[in-house]
Design a protein. Structure first.
Lengths: 276, 639
């Protein structure tokens, strides 16, 4: 077949195009291979990007339920955002709640104990809906333990992450072992960095809770529960300003998350038990 | 067969035939992934820590964290702590999994993949290394290439890393002596030459002290080559796949609001509305009616790397795995063969043998394949090819796969998605990488068999039956009670809704094995057949109880190999005296009278199992033994 120069040429893909294409591929694999499947929507920036990518993958819709595991300690702005965009994006929302903190392992440091509530709430949702696949928005650059993750990460009985015995994963082939009580965590954003997320939000015009933007010299860089997340000093009031701020900063994104700093291995212990 | 010149002699040099086109510099390119590999303790993690420090890529606070962690353990600053961030790694002092760390050189971004050097962790290294554009092979200048150096180099070749830089680390130990370092360089170059790996640069360096990493060392004034950072900056950007003939493996087909979308990621080439495409091995032809995206600039064209959806005219429904390719250009068609030569890196804990069946995953396609032959196995001591019956764990080989139908594929080519075969077992676990070389010709006189495997996975079987399967191999002297116990356990299991089948020696010998006698060869053949039948029944989801004297450990090991996972050796440990006293069939008496030659326990040996999974002791009553066996089976099949 001969082609003339008048035909349009394909766009040269930049880094965001490549990340997007890879994430769409991963989401489509998950949808094809894992049923029932659900996407964890924490209402934060990363999970909004993930919902957006799912809509890209499935021509404007999310063909599986999204799940919000509520600690009931989120910021009021987040609940308002959830209700607004569940409607606007036509999402099938599953709601789950977390057990009271008294039921959680008292040997954990306080903030980690609070985070472990979320793990318990998530585990209950996975069991209740018999989920085989859970899509989660973690990224390798967030935290050293997450850097070791697989895109398809099998969780054994009791939802435990066997960090010493992870399957090989290469050439875009994802293992989908199945035994009773197992599920697979799918991580479409693993290769994204914080700056990529923000640049993609800007490019696509993805809506966010406005807690991310500076008010009175402070903004949230990462959103957890009200009692274990603290804002950072910042004057960045728009997406573009946040990007500019990140480009000049070298502070860790999760610096405002108390549980990461309580002991050297606190975060790894949380993740082995099923925390994101 | 041995060849010492090149391990992959006779195979076309991959990638050379493909037109390359560099991407424009104007847009923001994706980070270049660099994998760092090498033998344990040759200094990989230290190198990464140093690179990040020298290129000012550390987050604020990281340096303080390393200093604090090192101090707590009474050590000087330990660069490798930066990466060994998992607690277990720090405690054991080894990197257990790969990690990715971004860093920047000028305007160019890189991602470092740290791969562990411990040999049992090869699969983690592959996970890290498979997407890399370039590799840094760290070699201790004094120790030279070691076992893992060779293994990692071989893997770089097999997964298709195009650019390799060698770092001769710890060159300070040799005092940066020119003649010693030139010798070390020549040794490494010779090794990599055997693998047809073209080395971009060999850099004498000390990662700990920073010599020739980011800045030129005064201790090696004689060295005129690049520093590591200069060598990395020279790695060309990935070759473009846009100019190649179009390929899109169908990932899925959706129907939303009455519209059918054929979804997939373009492996190479471009596709435009109006193009005529052939669909998979069936060869139907359709025209692209529309290139569909959501919330993206409308373009009637898409290129390699894009995840898109197509509307086809006529509105055909391809299967997942069908390859779409240009319909009107015969030269642009993929290879087509039911027998394929592949290379192999083998990741399963047990060896690979001829006759084993797998699913070959090729992009989104899945094909039932059987290992038709193991053509050569790589000897890792000297990287030569040898004849071999099996591929050991973490081994490398060339094998031939036979599929039940013709497979469409493009031969493997480094840096491209073509021919990236992966072998998956029936538990959906990835057990090997199989870069496809090309169609295999049938040798004259060879009967080409194309076995098929069940499409029902072990998990689906278990779900349908309500229990898992397993093979329980009862061994013991004649008259020890194997068949009696097996038949009684069969009844108890049925009462628990577990489908069990008993294969006992006399019953098999009455039919399937009636052509066999009792010579060691015939006994072995008897066991081989029983094991294959047990495997088939087990794959259909049953609990299989085999009751065979099976006197030799080697023969029972053969059965274990044939059955594979789910094999349980059960020793019915009744003493010779008791068996002889019971003698239910009068066989011992006949053997003692010389009427039965080669009778186990009397005139032929019995090798008791040294570590059976279950031992049924002689001091129990029959009903105790039956409930012990039943309980063991239930624990296995009803976890």
């Amino acid at each position: 077949m001969t082609r003339t120069h008048t035909l349009a040429e394909p766009r040269v893909m930049d880094d965001l195009d490549q990340l997007e294409a890879q994430s769409i591929f991963i989401l489509r694999e998950a949808y094809r291979k894992l049923k029932p499947l659900s996407l964890l929507w924490s209402l934060g920036k990363d999970s909004n990007v993930m919902v957006w990518l799912a809509r890209k993958a499935f021509m404007g819709r999310v063909p599986f339920p999204v799940m919000h595991v509520d600690t009931e300690k989120k910021f009021p702005e987040m609940y308002a955002f959830r209700d607004e965009y569940t409607k606007k994006w036509n999402l099938d929302l599953l709601l789950g709640y977390c057990p009271p903190v008294e039921e959680i392992d008292p040997s954990l440091p306080p903030a980690a104990r609070s985070a472990a509530r979320k793990t318990a709430g998530l585990a209950a949702m996975i069991d209740k809906h018999k989920l085989r696949g859970v899509i989660a928005g973690i990224r390798r650059d967030e935290q050293a333990t997450r850097a070791k993750e697989r895109v398809f990460s099998p969780r054994g009985a009791g939802h435990r992450w066997d960090v010493r015995n992870q399957p090989p994963e290469f050439w875009d082939q994802y293992a989908t072992p199945y035994e009773d009580g197992m599920h697979i965590r799918v991580h479409p954003l693993l290769a994204w960095r914080e700056i990529d997320i923000w640049r993609y939000i800007e490019r696509e015009g993805i809506p966010l809770v406005d807690l991310y933007f500076a008010k009175d010299g402070k903004r949230y860089r990462s959103l957890g529960d009200q009692d274990i997340t603290s804002p950072i000093e910042s004057n960045a009031a728009t997406v573009a300003e946040v990007i500019a701020e990140l480009e000049s900063s070298k502070t860790s994104e999760r610096a405002g998350r108390a549980m990461d700093h309580e002991s050297e291995d606190a975060f790894e212990r949380l993740r082995v038990a099923g925390y994101l | 067969m041995r060849s010492s010149v090149s391990v992959w002699r006779g195979i076309c040099k991959m990638g050379d035939h493909i037109a390359t086109q560099t991407l424009s510099e104007a847009h923001r390119a994706a980070a270049t992934p660099i994998v760092i590999v090498g033998h344990v303790d040759h200094g990989k993690s230290t190198l990464i820590g140093r690179l990040l420090y020298d290129t000012d890529s550390l987050q604020d606070g990281k340096l303080a964290q390393i200093v604090e962690s090192s101090r707590k353990r009474g050590l000087a600053v330990e660069w490798s702590f930066l990466l060994d961030s998992l607690q277990i790694e720090r405690d054991q002092g080894v990197t257990v999994d790969s990690t990715r760390i971004p860093f920047r050189l000028g305007s160019r971004e890189f991602v470092i993949v740290d791969a562990p050097g411990h040999r049992q962790f090869l699969r983690n290294m592959i996970t890290g290394a498979a997407d890399a554009e370039a590799a840094v092979l760290v070699v201790d200048a004094q120790e030279g290439a070691q076992e893992q150096t060779r293994r990692h180099a071989m893997l770089l070749r097999l997964i298709g890393i195009r650019h390799v830089i060698v770092l001769l680390n710890k060159s300070d130990v040799l005092g940066f002596d020119e003649s010693k370092i030139v010798q070390a360089e020549s040794d490494v170059r010779q090794l990599l030459g055997r693998l047809e790996i073209e080395v971009e640069a060999v850099v004498p360096a000390s990662a700990r002290d920073g010599d020739n990493i980011a800045s030129r060392s005064e201790r090696s004034a004689w060295y005129k080559g690049p520093t590591l950072i200069e060598a990395l900056a020279n790695v060309p950007p990935p070759a473009s796949r846009l100019a190649l003939p179009f390929r899109m493996p169908v990932q899925d087909v959706y129907r939303f609001d009455g519209v059918r979308y054929v979804a997939g990621r373009i492996e190479r080439g471009t596709v435009r509305a109006g193009d005529r495409l052939t669909i998979g091995a069936q060869g139907q032809i359709a025209t692209v009616a529309e290139v569909c995206r959501w919330h993206a600039p409308e373009l009637p064209v898409a290129g390699a790397g894009e995840s898109i959806a197509l509307r086809l005219e006529p509105d055909l429904v391809p299967d997942r795995g069908d390859l779409l390719f240009p319909a009107d250009d015969k030269a642009a068609a993929p290879e087509r063969s039911a027998r394929i030569r592949t290379r192999l890196f083998w990741l399963r804990g047990e060896p690979l043998r001829v006759g084993e069946s797998f699913t070959l995953r090729l992009a989104t396609a899945e094909h039932d394949v059987t290992v038709a032959s193991i053509d050569a196995v790589v000897d890792l001591d000297d990287l030569t090819l040898r004849q071999g019956d099996e591929v050991p764990p973490d081994g490398f080989a060339e094998i031939t796969l036979a599929a039940s139908h013709a497979v469409l594929f493009d031969p493997f080519s480094p840096g491209f998605g073509d021919g990236r075969g992966v072998l998956v077992d029936r538990h959906q676990r990835i057990v090997g990488g199989a870069p496809l070389i090309g169609p295999a010709d049938l040798e004259e006189g060879v009967h080409a068999i194309h076995p098929t495997a069940s499409r029902i996975s072990a998990g689906q079987q278990a779900q349908a039956r309500g229990h898992k399967s397993g093979v329980f191999w009862l061994t013991g002297l004649p008259g020890s009670g194997k068949s009696t116990v097996a038949r009684a356990a069969e009844v108890s299991l049925a009462a628990q809704n577990v489908k069990a089948t008993v294969l006992d020696g006399d019953t098999l010998r009455a039919g399937l094995c009636s052509d066999l006698g009792f010579s060691p060869e015939d006994r072995r053949e008897n066991i081989r057949r029983a094991a294959h039948v047990a495997k088939i029944l087990s794959e259909s989801g049953q609990a299989v109880i085999v009751a065979l004297v099976s006197p030799l450990q080697a023969d029972r090991d053969l059965a274990r190999q044939i059955v594979g996972e789910g094999f349980h050796e059960v020793f019915v440990d009744t003493s010779l005296a008791t068996c002889e006293q019971r003698d239910p069939k009068g066989l011992y008496a006949a053997a003692r009278a010389g009427k039965i030659p080669e009778f186990t326990g009397v005139s032929a040996p019995y090798e008791a199992p040294l570590s059976p999974e279950l031992r049924l002791g002689a001091d129990r009553t029959e009903s105790e033994t039956v409930s012990e066996l039943t309980g063991f089976v239930l624990r296995v099949v009803q976890p």
